[in-house]
Design a protein around this ligand. Structure first.
Ligand SMILES: Nc1nc2c(c(=O)[nH]1)N[C@@H](CN(C=O)c1ccc(C(=O)N[C@@H](CCC(=O)O)C(=O)O)cc1)CN2
Ligand SMILES: NCC(=O)N[C@@H]1O[C@H](COP(=O)([O-])[O-])[C@@H](O)[C@H]1O
Length: 196
């Protein structure tokens, strides 16, 4: 069976990176996807320790002071190009990513809300769940989507929803949404790869 190659970009805890890497090694998971490279824009984050534990080669590519998004993205994709990947997955990557022409339409992001609600600049991590609670939403969820030049704007590949329960805090809601994210991202990534 064909195996696909992905790079995963991270900024923080790296639970998605670990989940994707573990699924790829589990013969019962039916997930023929190898995580061949992880890139963090921040040094010293937990995601780098998880990459090492999972045997995923990892690099830190931190933005230089005053570096433009385009110059930063060009450096990131120079490294990605060497790894010859089928797709790039942003999993908790918190920086705007400029995408060169040869990778347009091949970059996937997971976002912890039902886009287009609660997306865009400033909406990441706990901020999303706090906004969902403040607005009084009764359902929320996560979105796997293709990335374009605008935050959280590209075509949607997959969404999964869950209820907002009475008494939820941003933390309890984040946990419930994350359970859905763990299912959504591998399914979204594999179904995208199989259609290429
Ligand atoms: N070109 C794109 N780049 C990125 C996208 C995207 O859709 N298109 N998605 C993000 C991930 N994301 C939500 O899914 C997201 C991440 C971060 C922010 C944000 O407001 N960031 C802050 C900085 C935060 C920090 O460094 O701590 C900011 O830009 O001021 C919004 C959305 C990944 N990249
Ligand atoms: N807008 C982007 C965003 O908020 N992404 C979110 O960051 C978390 C990363 O977790 P992880 O680093 O432990 O995989 C995930 O919940 C992901 O949806």
């Amino acid at each position: 069976m064909k195996r696909y190659r992905i790079a995963v970009l991270v900024s923080g805890t790296g639970r998605h990176l670990e989940n994707l890497a573990e699924l790829s090694k589990d013969p019962r998971a039916d997930f023929p996807v190898d995580v061949v490279l992880a890139i963090s824009n921040r040094p010293g984050v937990q995601a780098l320790e998880r990459a090492e534990r999972c045997g995923v080669p990892a690099s830190v590519i931190a933005p230089e002071p005053d570096e433009t998004d385009e110059a930063y993205g060009a450096r990131v994709f120079d490294v990605i190009r060497e790894a010859n990947v089928d797709a790039v997955v942003l999993a908790g990557f918190l920086k705007k990513l400029w995408i060169p022409d040869d990778h347009k339409g091949r970059v996937i992001n997971i976002h912890p809300s039902l886009l287009p609600a609660f997306g865009g600049k400033g909406f990441y991590g706990g901020r999303v769940h706090r906004a969902v609670l403040e607005r009084g939403c009764q359902v929320t969820g996560c979105t796997v989507h293709l990335v374009d030049e605008i935050y959280d704007n590209g075509p949607i590949l997959l969404q999964r929803w869950c209820p907002v329960e009475p008494g939820d805090t941003a933390e309890t809601l984040a946990r419930r949404v994350f359970e859905e994210e763990l299912l959504a991202l591998p399914i979204g990534v594999l179904s995208f790869l199989e259609k290429q």
